[in-house]
Design a protein around this ligand. Structure first.
Ligand code: SF4
Ligand code: MG
Length: 285
């Protein structure tokens, strides 16, 4: 497979020119191609926001759901057919604000899927309101005098919610981001990939240049051990002059679906397709 094989020409891309979303789109197609995934075996699921449009732009199966609620249908899809690669896309307002409850419970549940969060530290589609990751002091359309709430740290939240793979990428480094998407898909369990995705229209602080000057790659540090929870805890708090990207944490734990006896003989969709449920339905009549 080549990245071009995932091109979708039916829908014109609606993102602003220069948006970090383009980097995520390209990296996702690169990663699918490098992993040799067939378009018909991938389901891209999203919520609402600029990030929510991404399934429309790739030739795979796709589902755009409700704001903050990409993860519930993604988990339903995985339960019905756990042979599919489920890749979920959300924004910071979408996934870390409105969908926070789903986020936490998905991590402790540990279904095998990748959750890519386009973290531009602002609500983009609704015209630039402060989101849960907007920096203190940032002037936005909803905080004209500056944000006075402390931002959440999604990586620390993931660590404390028993996520089994936690990564962070930058939409301005497509090669590195491609590798992270590949690793997140290959991980057996729930993988969170938070991506710095500059919003060129509404966030004038956390720009491409801001991140280019600060990010460094954890894998270039030989002493960093992503299986060490304490080391990850410390590094996840680093913000300012230097900001780490790469795989911050990983562990092996059985997935939710692998522990379900109902799936032991294969995906639900392939089991006894002629089962008569008319008696069951009568109970709900
Ligand atoms: Fe990208 Fe921001 Fe434009 Fe949305 S509003 S498409 S996040 S630049
Ligand atoms: Mg956002």
């Amino acid at each position: 497979m080549k990245p071009l094989d995932y091109n979708q020409s039916e829908h014109e891309i609606q993102w602003c020119p220069g948006c970090g979303d383009f980097g995520i789109l390209l990296a996702a197609k690169n990663a699918y191609a490098n992993l040799g995934l067939k378009p018909e075996n991938i389901v891209m699921v999203s919520g609402i926001g600029c990030s929510g449009k991404i399934p429309h732009y790739v030739k795979t199966y796709g589902f755009e759901g409700l704001h903050g609620r990409a993860l519930p249908p993604a988990q339903a899809i995985k339960l019905v057919n756990n042979e599919l690669e489920v890749v979920v896309f959300a924004g910071d307002g979408d996934g870390y604000g409105i969908g926070m409850g789903h986020f936490i419970h998905s991590m402790r549940r540990n279904m095998d899927m990748l959750y890519v969060v386009h973290n531009n530290q602002v609500y983009g589609l609704t015209k630039g309101q402060a989101s849960p990751t907007t920096e203190v002091g940032a002037k936005t359309s909803s905080t004209p005098k500056g944000v006075i709430e402390a931002p959440i740290n999604p990586l620390l939240l993931a660590l404390s919610s028993n996520a089994t793979w936690i990564g962070r990428g930058f939409a301005g480094d497509i090669k590195h981001l491609t590798s992270l998407i590949e690793q997140g898909i290959a991980h057996k369990g729930f993988a969170l990939l938070d991506v710095f995705q500059p919003c060129v229209t509404y966030n004038k602080i956390n720009t491409f240049q801001f991140f280019q000057q600060r990010v460094y790659k954890l894998e270039e540090e030989k002493a960093y051990d992503p299986t060490n929870k304490l080391m990850a805890f410390e590094r996840m708090q680093e913000w300012g002059e230097k900001i780490p990207i790469g795989v911050l944490y990983k562990e092996d734990r059985p997935t939710y679906e692998d522990q379900l006896p109902q799936l032991a003989s294969g995906p639900l969709i392939k089991q006894n397709p002629k089962r008569d449920i008319s008696e069951l339905l009568k109970a709900f009549a």
